[in-house]
Design a protein around this ligand. Structure first.
Ligand code: NAD
Ligand code: UFG
Length: 350
C-alpha cells in the first residue's frame, strides 16, 4: 500500500462515493494505493458503480449504505476504522429542485456536513476535501474566474455550497482540521473503460447527459437555452472538464494537505477547470464528431438563472497542487459516447 504525504494518509473516507464524480475519485484513490471507504445512501446512485470501480482498479472498496444525517450509524464507521482524510461529495445537486425544495437541500447538504465535521473533531481526523462548485461565483463580472472573485450564490443549492465553505473555514480556524475547497467547473466525460459514468435519474438537467441521450435516439432534440448571449455564437459558454482530470485533482489535494500538515494555509480554495470555455453549439459539434452523426437541436428561451459565460483561471491549482487538466474536449465527448453506448440505461441495464 502507498501512503501519501510522509505516511500521513492511507485510509480515505469518500462520502457520496457511489455517485458520478465519487466513483471516478475512488478509482484514482485505489490506483494511488490508498484504502477507500465509501458512505453513500444511494439516493442518487447505484452500488453497481462501486462494483465496477473494483473491477477497474482490481481492488476492493469498503461500502456502507448510510445516510450521513444518521449520526449514530456514521459514528460506527469512525469507530471501526482509522480514517486519515475525508473527501466529502455527498449532497443533492439539482439547481432546479433546490428552488422547489430548499428545506430538503439545506437539511440534507448542511446537516450531513455538520454530522461529518462533528465526527472529524471527535475522532481527530485532520483532513477534509470538499466538493464545492463554480456556482459560488454567481454571475462573475469577468472571465476567467480566480479564487479571489466575490462569492455569491443565486439559488438554494449554491447557497448550501457557500454556507458549507464558510462552515469549513470556521472549523479550520478553530480546530486541528485542514480543509481544501475544490470548486469544480463543469465535469463531464466518463472513465475510458466505459464502465463508470454519469447516470442521471429521469430527465437530465445538465447539457452532456441530454446531448448523449439525443445522440442515442432516446430523446428528440437538444433544447439550447438561449441563443442571444454575448458569447462567440450566442449560446452559453462553460469550462467543461473531464471527470478523470477532476478526480486526479483530489489526489493532488490530499497530497498537498498531507505534506502541509501543521503549517501553511488551514483552508484553501482551488478552481478545478481547464481555463477554456466552450459554447453549447461547440459542444454539440464536438459530440457529433464523436458519435458520427448529426444531433438535432433547437434554440429556445434562456433558462432562468443561467449565466452567459463562466470559465476558470486554474493557475492556483496548477502551481500549488501541481495539477493540470489534460484531456481535450474531443476526448471528453469520445468517453461520454463510449459510456452511453455501452450503458444505454446507465447502471440499470444489468
Ligand atoms: P451524484 O448525485 O452523482 O453524487 C452525490 C452522491 O451523494 C450520490 O451518490 C448520493 O446518493 C449521495 N448522497 C446524497 N445525499 C446523501 C446523504 N445524505 N448521505 C449519504 N449519501 C448521500 O453527484 P456528482 O455529480 O457526483 O456530485 C458530487 C458532488 O460534487 C456534489 O456535492 C455536487 O454538488 C458537487 N458538484 C457537482 C458538479 C456537477 O456538475 N456534477 C459540479 C460542481 C459540484
Ligand atoms: N444547456 C442547454 N440545454 C440543456 C442543458 C444545458 O442549452 O438541456 C446549456 C445551459 O444553458 C448552459 C450550458 O448548457 O449554458 C451548461 O449547462 P449545465 O446545466 O450542464 O451546467 P451549468 O453550468 O448550468 O451548471 C453546472 C451544474 C451546477 C454547477 C455548475 C458549475 O449543474 O450545479 O455547473 O460547476 F454549479
Amino acid at each position: 500500500m502507498r501512503i501519501l504525504g510522509r505516511g500521513r494518509i492511507k485510509t480515505v473516507l469518500v462520502t457520496g462515493g457511489a455517485g458520478y464524480i465519487g466513483s471516478h475519485i475512488c478509482v484514482e484513490l485505489l490506483d494511488a494505493g490508498l484504502e477507500v471507504i465509501v458512505v453513500d445512501n444511494l439516493s442518487n446512485s447505484s452500488q453497481e458503480a462501486l462494483n465496477r470501480v473494483e473491477k477497474i482498479a482490481g481492488k476492493t472498496v469498503l461500502f456502507y449504505q448510510i445516510d450521513l444525517q444518521d449520526k449514530a450509524r456514521v459514528k460506527t464507521v469512525f469507530e471501526t476504522h482509522t480514517i486519515d482524510a475525508v473527501i466529502h461529495l455527498a449532497g443533492l445537486k439539482s439547481v432546479g429542485d433546490s428552488g422547489r425544495l430548499p428545506l430538503k437541500y439545506y437539511q440534507n447538504n448542511i446537516y450531513s456536513t455538520l454530522v461529518l465535521l462533528e465526527m472529524l473533531e471527535q475522532f481527530s481526523v485532520k483532513n477534509i476535501v470538499f466538493s464545492s462548485s463554480a456556482t459560488v461565483y454567481g454571475d462573475p463580472a469577468t472571465v476567467p474566474v480566480t479564487e479571489q472573485f466575490p462569492l455569491r450564490a443565486t439559488n438554494p443549492y449554491g447557497r448550501t455550497k457557500l454556507m458549507i465553505e464558510e462552515i469549513l473555514r470556521d472549523v479550520a480556524n478553530s480546530s486541528h482540521i485542514q480543509v481544501v475547497l475544490l470548486r469544480y467547473f463543469n465535469p463531464i466525460g466518463a472513465h475510458e473503460s466505459g464502465l463508470i459514468g454519469e447516470a442521471p435519474n429521469g430527465s437530465p438537467n445538465n447539457l452532456l447527459p441530454y446531448v448523449s441521450q439525443v445522440a442515442m435516439g432516446q430523446r428528440d432534440k437538444v433544447l439550447i437555452f438561449g441563443g442571444d448571449y454575448p458569447t462567440i455564437d450566442g449560446t452559453g459558454v462553460r469550462d467543461y472538464i473531464h471527470v478523470v482530470d477532476l478526480a486526479k485533482g483530489h489526489i493532488r489535494a490530499l497530497q498537498k494537505i498531507a505534506e502541509n500538515e501543521g503549517k501553511g494555509e488551514r483552508c484553501q480554495a482551488y478552481n478545478l477547470g481547464t481555463g477554456h470555455g466552450h459554447s453549447v453549439i461547440e459542444v454539440i459539434n464536438a459530440f457529433e464528431e464523436a458519435c458520427g452523426h448529426k444531433i438535432t437541436y433547437k434554440i429556445v428561451d434562456r433558462r432562468s438563472g443561467d449565466i452567459a459565460e463562466c470559465y476558470a483561471n486554474p493557475n492556483l491549482a496548477n502551481q500549488k497542487l501541481n495539477w493540470r487538466a489534460e484531456k481535450t474536449l474531443p476526448e471528453m465527448m469520445k468517453d461520454t459516447w463510449r459510456w452511453q453506448t455501452k450503458n444505454p440505461k446507465g447502471y440499470k441495464s444489468d
